[in-house]
Ligand binder design. Structure first.
Ligand SMILES: C[S@@+](CC[C@H](N)C(=O)[O-])C[C@H]1O[C@@H](n2cnc3c(N)ncnc32)[C@H](O)[C@@H]1O
Length: 401
């Protein structure tokens, strides 16, 4: 057993803690940016394969105060990096510093790299080279108020990069945030979801992956730990197979959910099913036909296009495509797209559409701008704080009686 740290965006730490508990991680401890946990390597492989709300999983190795170059250099050398990669391997150092004597993160990264490669040189007479694209080992250094935290990145490419994105519109949600919204909305994995302003479809694609129990890590080929000495490929293979086996279990559940939504297959009651000969569980609309095409391509890449109906449609005239479901959406905020005044109309119209044509539904609206959400003139029954990048947002729940 060792200690690891899973990182996420602010607002999603509880969701991440729940996910880790479900995966069998022990001694969970929340921090503002993530969750510490204890586990063996098999659970770390599982976490990397299955976590939906994490951005990466790291293994903390050193913690020390440093005010001078020598402090930094000597402390880094207390950990034996030669146990992790061969001298002909590659490494990268990612550093960030805040409120510290050291102010230049490139300088810190260079100092750390020097200390590590000197260890190899002393032992083998040769040293690993730096590769910022596809290194075997990524060392993550964070300094805050002169306290250094050094860890090893077990994930490699950030976990939100699932690998299904062919393209996006202007302000896409990161995949782990979309997955986090579904958790915050306490979605049951079966109820139909409509996103009336779906952009490149992230929320619905994440929902479809959840419904099918497709572990996001099974869509990618590489994780950071694969380049380390001692990588247990047998244990990883077992975890990968176990993760993929979840999909069989989910197939039955999806069929049951679809049978509820479409009691008469391809019958009169479901216009989408009739017109397009599909039985979607998820419905995405956007005024922009370009992003709808991208959303369709993304869903195809993720292998869930048969569950999602994407169509160009203005939210103002949208009708509920099925009898019962929930709306989850991320309308434009005005920070990154468009102007505030014209956007107020969009929020007013959204409220009208929800009130008049989604009666009996719950709607979750991610808003990064309180002035815009208050233009809806609806009373939120729940508000959850969540960060979308650097933007402080609220996921607002409205019950449409
Ligand atoms: C912030 S983006 C959504 C991003 C999306 N969640 C993603 O991950 O790609 C907002 C979307 O709302 C769409 N939109 C704006 N006004 C609309 C309207 N009146 N009807 C439908 N879609 C609209 C925009 O075209 C844009 O794609």
């Amino acid at each position: 057993m060792a200690t690891f740290f899973a990182l996420t965006s602010r607002g999603l730490v509880d969701a991440l803690r729940d996910e880790l508990a479900e995966l069998g991680a022990k001694n969970l401890e929340k921090e503002p940016g993530g969750v510490y946990f204890e586990s063996n390597w098999a659970t770390v492989y599982r976490a990397n394969l299955r976590l939906r709300t994490a951005t990466r999983v790291v293994k903390p190795i050193l913690r020390f105060p440093a005010y001078k170059n020598e402090d930094l250099y000597n402390n880094i050398r207390k950990f034996d990096f030669t146990t992790l990669i061969a001298p002909e391997g590659t490494l990268a150092v990612e550093a960030s510093v805040r409120d510290s004597v050291f102010q230049d993160q490139r300088f810190v990264a260079m100092k750390v790299k020097d200390a590590i490669v000197d260890q190899f040189r002393d032992k083998f007479g040769s040293r690993p080279s730096v590769d910022n694209d596809k290194p075997d080992l990524v060392i993550v250094v964070r300094a805050y108020k002169n306290e250094f935290h050094v860890s090893l990145d077990t994930s490699g490419e950030p976990l939100f990069k699932r690998g299904y994105r062919v393209g996006t519109g202007d302000a896409p949600l990161k995949e782990h945030v979309a997955a986090g919204l579904l958790r915050l909305a306490e979605w049951d994995g079966e109820t139909p979801i409509v996103d009336p302003m779906c952009g490149s479809g992230t929320i619905l694609i994440e929902a479809a992956l959840m419904a099918r129990k497709i572990a996001p890590g099974t869509l990618r080929r590489h994780f950071g730990f694969m380049g380390w000495k001692g990588f247990d490929s047998e244990a990883f293979k077992k975890e990968l197979e176990a993760s993929m086996a979840l999909e069989d279990e989910a197939a039955v559940r999806v069929e049951r959910a679809l049978a509820k939504i479409y009691p008469n297959p391809l019958g009169e009651e479901a216009s989408v099913a009739k017109e397009e000969k599909m039985r979607p569980m998820f419905f995405g609309y956007d005024v922009d036909s370009k992003v709808i095409k991208l959303a369709q391509a993304n869903a195809r890449e993720a292998g869930v296009d048969d569950l999602i109906h994407f169509r160009r449609h203005a939210m103002e005239t949208l009708e509920a495509p099925v009898e019962k479901g929930i709306v989850i959406t991320n309308p434009p905020y005005g920070v990154r797209l468009g102007e505030e005044e014209t956007l107020k109309d969009v929020y007013r119209d959204l409220a009208f559409t929800l009130k008049s044509r989604f009666k009996g539904w719950s709607a979750f609206v991610l808003s990064g701008n309180p002035e815009l959400s208050s233009a809806m003139k609806l009373k939120a029954t729940r508000k959850s704080l969540v960060y979308n990048g650097t933007i402080e947002c609220r996921l607002l729940k409205y019950d449409m009686f």
